[in-house]
Design a protein around this ligand. Sequence first.
Ligand SMILES: Cc1cc2nc3c(=O)[nH]c(=O)nc-3n(C[C@H](O)[C@H](O)[C@H](O)COP(=O)(O)OP(=O)(O)OC[C@H]3O[C@@H](n4cnc5c(N)ncnc54)[C@H](O)[C@@H]3O)c2cc1C
Ligand code: FES
Length: 244
Amino acid sequence: MKEANIKCKVLSNNEIAKNIYEITLQGNISGIPGQFYMVRAWEGLDPFLSRPLSISDIEGDIIHFVYEVKGKGTKELSSMKTNEVVQLTGPLGNGFIIKENMRSAVVSGGIGIAPMIYLLKQNHKMMDMFAGFRAEPYLIDVCNAHSKNLYVASEEGLGGYKGFVTELINVEDYDVIYACGPHPMLEALAEGNKDKAILYVSMEKYMACGIGGCLGCTIQTRNGMRRVCKDGPVFEAKEVYFDE
Ligand SMILES: Cc1cc2nc3c(=O)[nH]c(=O)nc-3n(C[C@H](O)[C@H](O)[C@H](O)COP(=O)(O)OP(=O)(O)OC[C@H]3O[C@@H](n4cnc5c(N)ncnc54)[C@H](O)[C@@H]3O)c2cc1C
Ligand code: FES
């Protein structure tokens, strides 16, 4: 499907944990788990580029994004009020390939939980969820409602297991694993996996156009140069060099 420019109305925009917001928008949206939109919440050219955010949930014409405030773009987004307008371009990227009737796990690190909510909801109670955080956990109730089993880790010991989420999962228990989070987490999963399970990783790269035209998000893979925005963001881990 061709990406579209869509104007959406803000329904709500709330801080759900320290520096973590959930914004709910209404408009003519669509998309599958793992896809993303380029989001623009400001007039004018500063910041120049729209910012990529993963679809965290879709219900009819309502879309949810969960985002961490990092710099100017996400700060602007966090200041959006009910009934103001946000510009979206998308849906973009490939999304997750769902393997049915397989032992499936979802692994997230930090804000990497955002796209996994939609994945879990679309596969209600079919997948085990491993959610890792540096500090306080968030979105735990919704994960609990839609996962088969939920395992939570916090590096600072603020909920669930104290340590890394990768210490909680036994990859050999699964045929397919979907992961989104910091590169060291993805790399640790890939190393533990030894290619036994199908491991899908959602990659993050700084993006300019978001639609495959500028090559700004290109990564070197075992299958040559690939654009994260167009060929990804979801790749099979065996294709990816994590130390790039
Ligand atoms: C496909 C995709 C989906 C994403 N989905 C989400 C999501 O659902 N929720 C969410 O919170 N974030 C998500 N991100 C990351 C998000 O796009 C960035 O955090 C955001 O663009 C930062 O913009 P900013 O203007 O707030 O910060 P900036 O001022 O642009 O940057 C702040 C700091 O973060 C660094 N940075 C910015 N973007 C990236 C990046 N992509 N990778 C590594 N470092 C970066 C900058 O170098 C700088 O140090 C996603 C990224 C991609 C590529
Ligand atoms: S951001 Fe332009 S090609 Fe990916």
